[in-house]
Design a protein. Structure first.
Lengths: 557, 258
């Protein structure tokens, strides 16, 4: 037992010497000491010394949170020859001294309880082995848009085999429909064609167009993928990693602002197409309505990030073609984020684009005027009155939304969609392009609305993430997994249906079997097994109940 | 001396435990009563853990997990929610107050919310007073209720129902028929009532063999209901006929088959 003062962070509130003295009275505790900082190199060498001198086979550090420091102490135990799963922590700082600074006596009592709970668990800990698996040096990329192709080229450049699967007959994704790209105003097709050519020329990339994913089985390093091209026989291949780069759809604002009712109410994507084909007849007055179907109170609550810039870009392109055309942009908040884009806002103002702010509660209305023209009726917040704008073209800026078939893919891959429908990363800050499921990554607009440059950055990011396990070739996986006692299992299948990762399947004997490398260790199966045939390693029933008994001051030994 | 409740918290590693850490990092104070057990997911909370903890005298049990749709393990938290819902109904049948159990969602960024919830729950338990099972002399009747509840929660039927609940609502039953939450709740309520009584009977006849008449008197149930339970229990190997007095059989508990 190593009780940490953490300088004054713990020692200033909790009576550490008292906790040290108390610890030695607990069952199986043979040694107890205090450290100024257990995580310092001195503190760590004290742990190693203690292990050697007292022949310790369980180590407890009472200090901060295992969420930050468990890996460090585990590594120290391992260096001293103690299996790292025989280590336990008592969180007497974050959940004790810091939260109870003004109650030193109660904090000390709580620290003792936490130490007792840690002892109760540590006595029952078992050493664990982390299974080692081989990683196939190949990747499946789902989606042949700019993100998928960029990631594919990057991985192929590192010597990995890439299977690039695209459901459409052609590569290119959303970029095929765009006209010019901000901020450089190059033709979307120009950059795209180069990349498509590079992908097609690359011998390490197998391109599968008009192809859908039928089935994915397995786990990091060993995914078995089945794909089908139109009416052909399904093809199978094994890959080490999977990248989701399925992109997004543009929201169709059916029933909003006269869309589909009036021919001259269109969305930005249609405007792009008109500009691209040179088909835009000179309009006298254009009104763009921002946040159409976005940043709403429910359903699409999010900001689609690209629409402000898209509207500015297209407004400037129209101005370039037809300087006399009047352009109004009706917005709720104009978000020209980043170092380049604010300038675009000023540029549009300089060229005479007019901006009117409207409120969510008082959205504009589009009605027919005379001669087939439209009237946009909007409450001008600054003037404090309704303003009518006669216009011959209304362009709605609609958000990117998830594809309808994404749910199917999410279930097939066992990776989540967020409440907004986009694929949901493992951690918004620390693991922004990984899924919680090892070996599966996400990039581009499948993850959230973003522009081409951002999609490319993310694609390069996932390629380097996916390259790590493939370059290492072998990897160790989580030891905190569940296991089934075959003798107790009745084959009811409850665990099979509950496991969110498909880690449990019934074998040929009808008995549940856990694929350890797929198991993420949540333990829901063990908590649900009707026969109590499942043991959750490192969080066993006995260990958890011993902790609870210790917390209540009951005998746990 | 004022009553200081003993509260045990079962917290998931990713959201609520991190939220508790953040409360500390932010130096937000909250009552010292809670003792936290870290699990990887709130879905790991076996109903038996909660009942064991209450049976051993906890004044309150808090289960905390990630907010819906934020679960690190996709939907372990929703499984936890179903278990707690079942548990509250089960505890309501014992002599213990179901308010002693509470489920809350706390994200890793909600240190303040964590502290508020702990304070609120601690105050609630203080107002409720000590558990009848706390201290050196727990109420033997309520303790027996809890043991029966624990046995019911550890048995096949309730566990299958809770475990399959989500699947049945999403995909229908094995016959492909759609099932509504209301229908399932009804089945669950009946199962909880039946399994609890059966285990009550089990613990009663384990102490001394009893007749249906005697059991129905003690349980305040009509003899036919008790007999139906006995029939099921015999089939499951929970009880056997001990002896027949006149024409009245008495039943005894079997250790085997449990």
């Amino acid at each position: 037992m190593f009780v940490c003062h953490c300088g004054i962070n713990i020692g200033g509130v909790v009576n550490v010497p008292e906790v040290v003295k108390y610890a030695i009275t607990l069952p199986n505790v043979v040694y107890s000491e205090e450290n100024l900082y257990t995580c310092s190199s001195e503190g760590l060498s004290k742990i190693k010394e203690g292990i050697e001198k007292h022949n310790l086979n369980r180590v407890i550090v009472a200090s901060c949170t295992p969420r930050t420091h468990e890996p460090l102490f585990r590594a120290t135990c391992e260096e001293a020859g103690v299996n790292k799963y025989l280590f336990e922590m008592a969180n007497i700082r974050d959940q004790c001294s810091w939260a109870h600074m003004h109650e030193p006596k109660e904090a000390t009592e709580k620290a003792k309880d936490l130490v007792r709970m840690a002892v109760a668990k540590a006595r029952l800990l078992k050493p664990q082995e982390e299974p080692e698996i081989e990683v196939a040096p190949s990747a499946l990329i789902i989606g042949g848009g700019i993100s998928g192709m960029t990631a594919g080229l990057c991985l192929a450049g590192q010597g990995f085999k890439v299977y690039l699967v695209e459901k459409e007959p052609e590569l290119g994704g959303m970029l095929r429909h765009l006209h010019k790209l901000y901020p450089t105003m190059v033709d979307a097709s120009e950059g795209l064609n180069k990349i498509v050519e590079a992908v097609k020329q690359n011998k390490s990339i197998e391109v599968w167009t008009s192809t859908v994913i039928k089935q994915v089985k397995g786990f990091i390093g060993n995914f078995d993928v089945s794909v089908q091209r139109e009416t052909e026989e399904p093809a199978n291949f094994r890959v080490g990693t999977i990248i989701v780069a399925t992109g997004a759809d543009v929201f169709e604002p059916v029933g909003m602002y006269g869309y589909e009712k009036y021919d001259n109410v269109i969305i930005q994507l249609q405007l792009e197409q008109l500009l691209k084909d040179g088909q835009l007849k000179k309009p006298e007055r254009v009104v763009m309505i921002q946040c159409t179907g976005a940043r709403e109170e429910k359903e699409r609550t999010y900001c689609s990030r690209i629409c402000c810039m898209t509207a500015l870009k297209n407004a400037l392109l129209i101005k370039e073609l037809h300087p006399e055309t009047d352009i109004y942009i009706l917005f709720r908040d104009l978000q020209t984020y980043g170092k380049e884009y604010e300038e675009w806002h000023r540029m549009a103002q300089d060229r005479g684009v007019k901006f009117i702010k409207y409120a969510l509660e008082k959205p504009p209305e589009v009605v027919t005027g005379h001669n087939g023209r439209l009237t946009v009726d909007v409450y001008h917040a600054l003037l404090g009155e309704q303003v009518q704008i006669e216009s011959d073209l209304v362009v709605l800026s609609t958000p990117l939304v998830q594809h309808e078939d994404a749910r199917e893919l999410s279930q097939m891959l066992k990776v989540p969609l967020g409440p907004d429908g986009f694929f949901f990363e493992a951690h918004v800050k620390l693991r922004p392009i990984d899924f919680a499921t090892d070996g599966i990554y996400v990039c581009g607009t499948a993850h959230s609305p973003k522009d081409t440059a951002e999609s490319v950055s993310q694609a390069l990011g996932v390629a380097s993430r996916a390259a790590i396990p493939m370059a290492v070739k072998r990897l160790r996986t989580e030891a905190i997994t569940s296991m089934v006692d075959e003798g107790l299992c009745s084959g009811c299948g409850t665990c099979v249906s509950i496991c969110p990762y498909g880690a449990i399947q019934k074998d040929e004997k009808g008995v549940a079997r856990v694929t350890a490398v797929v198991c993420k260790g949540c333990g829901t199966c063990a908590a649900s097994c009707p026969e109590k045939a499942i043991t959750m390693r490192h969080f066993t029933d006995e260990q958890v109940i011993a902790q609870a008994l210790a917390a209540l001051g009951r005998a746990f030994a | 001396m004022t009553f200081e409740p003993r509260i045990v918290g079962f917290l998931c590693n990713w959201c609520s435990y991190a939220g508790a850490d953040l409360a500390g990092v932010s130096r937000i104070s909250y009552p010292t009563n809670i003792r936290i057990i870290r699990l990887m997911c709130s879905g790991r909370v076996d109903p038996v853990f909660v009942l064991e903890t209450l049976a051993n005298g906890a004044d309150g049990v808090m289960v905390m997990g990630c907010h819906p749709a934020d679960c690190h393990y996709v939907e372990g938290n929703l499984q936890a929610e179903r278990k707690i819902k079942m548990l509250k109904k089960l505890i309501a049948r014992t002599g213990l107050e179901p308010e002693r159990l509470r489920l809350e969602w706390v994200s890793a960024s909600e240190g303040g919310r964590f502290a508020e919830l702990v304070k609120d729950f601690t105050d609630q338990i203080k107002a409720l007073g000590p558990s009848s099972l706390a201290g050196e002399k727990p109420d033997p009747n309520i303790l027996e209720d809890l043991l029966a509840a624990k046995a019911a929660a550890g048995d096949f039927r309730l566990r299958v129902l809770v475990g399959r609940e989500k699947g049945m609502i999403d995909d229908g039953n094995v016959y492909g028929e759609e099932i509504s939450q209301e229908e399932l709740d009804k089945v669950m309520d009946e199962a909880i009532a039946a399994e609890y009584i059966r285990n009550k009977i089990y613990f009663m006849v384990r102490k001394e063999p009893l007749s249906v008449k005697e059991l129905s008197k003690r349980l305040g149930l009509n003899p036919q209901t008790v007999l139906r339970h006995i029939v099921v229990m015999r089939r499951r190997g929970m009880v056997t006929v001990d002896r027949v007095e006149g024409t009245t059989p008495t039943y005894a508990a079997l250790e085997v088959g449990r």
